[in-house]
Every structure is written in structure tokens, then in C-alpha cells.
Design a protein around this ligand. Sequence first.
Ligand SMILES: [Cu+2]
Length: 131
Amino acid sequence: MRTNTRRWLIGGAITVVIVTGLYFGISGYMGYQETAQQNAQLTAAPITGVTQVALSNFAVGPANIQVPIGTTVTWTNGDDAPHSVTFNNGMADSGLFKKGQTYQYTFTKAGTFTYHCTVHPGMVGRVVVTP
Ligand SMILES: [Cu+2]
């Protein structure tokens, strides 16, 4: 009886370790993929025809977009952690916003505007605004 209980406890503990490991392994791998995609986009030509940007798995996607002047871009947080859209030149800062919440900004000047998340400096994006 006692041996069975001990075996059950050890089995339970092993299961918890395996499930936890799988959870963090899979979510970590997904985050890695998203970050790799984000960084690849930043070195490639900007994507046109997009005004919706996801902040998901601790990465920005698409991370590099090009829009005409006067365009409103919407960022949506898809993570359990809060994120911000903070422009490196100080022209705008969303402050922290939560999962499911959005931030919008209308670009009124031409130029290249980079931004990051204040909590996660690895989350980086760029908006190229054409006249
Ligand atoms: Cu963040």
C-alpha cells in the first residue's frame, strides 16, 4: 500500500515535470520562431498594404511596414504580458496595454519611424511613411 502511494507520487511528479517542460519548450520555440521572423523582416524590404500589426509571442509582426502619409496603424497585444509601442524618437508612446487591447497611431509625417516595447527591448518594429 505504502509502496503504491510512493510510486503514484513519483509518477505524478514526473508527469508534472514533463508537462511543464513541454509547455515551456513549445512556447519558447514559438517565441523563438516569431522573433526570428521579426528580425528577418527588419532586414528585408518593408511590407506594403498592411495597417494591422500583432504583438504576439514577444515579437512584432509584421515588423517592417510601409504606408502612405495619413495612415492609421493598429497594434494588437496577443500576449498575456503587457506591451508598449514606444517610438525611438519620442514622438508617441502607447504606454502599457494588455492582451486583446489595441493602440492606434496616425502618421502625419513622411519618414522612417522605429519603435520598441519598453518591457521587452527585443520587440522592435519599423514604419516607413511615404509622402
Ligand atoms: Cu512587450
